[in-house]
Design a binder for this molecule. Structure first.
Ligand SMILES: [Zn+2]
Ligand SMILES: [Zn+2]
Length: 113
C-alpha cells in the first residue's frame, strides 16, 4: 500500500522546488528571488481558498490587474487556466524576456478600474 502511494506521488510531482532557495514561478517558469516572492491564493481567501502558490510579485499583480476575485474563484483556480488567459499569456511572453528580479508598477486593466 505504502509503495503504491509513493509511486503515484512520483508521477504527479511537479518540480516547482529545485532547491530550498530556488523557487520557480509556475506562471512564467523563471526562478523567483526571495524579495520578489508573493503568495497567491488559487481560490481567493474571500471565497474560502487556503491553497497558495509562490509567484513573482509582478506576475501576481498582473493576475489581479486582469481578473476579479469572482472570476478567479470560478474560472481561474488552476495555474494552467491562468496561463491560457489571452492577456496574461501576452504578459508572460513579455516578462520572460526580463531579469528574474524585474519589477515595475502594474496598471490595472481599464475594465476593472
Ligand atoms: Zn493573488
Ligand atoms: Zn513569474
Amino acid at each position: 500500500m505504502k509503495g503504491r502511494i509513493k509511486r503515484q506521488q512520483a508521477l504527479e510531482a511537479v518540480p516547482l522546488w529545485r532547491a530550498q532557495d530556488d523557487v520557480v514561478c509556475p506562471l512564467c517558469e523563471r526562478a523567483i528571488p526571495p524579495a520578489q516572492r508573493d503568495a497567491h491564493h488559487l481560490i481567493p481567501k474571500s471565497h474560502g481558498g487556503v491553497q497558495t502558490v509562490w509567484l513573482h510579485r509582478i506576475c501576481h499583480r498582473q493576475i489581479h490587474a486582469l481578473l476579479t476575485e469572482t472570476e478567479l474563484a470560478r474560472q481561474y483556480q488552476h495555474v494552467e487556466a491562468l496561463r491560457q488567459h489571452a492577456e496574461l499569456a501576452v504578459f508572460l511572453r513579455w516578462v520572460k524576456t526580463k531579469p528574474d528580479d524585474f519589477f515595475e508598477r502594474t496598471r490595472k486593466s481599464r475594465r476593472l478600474r
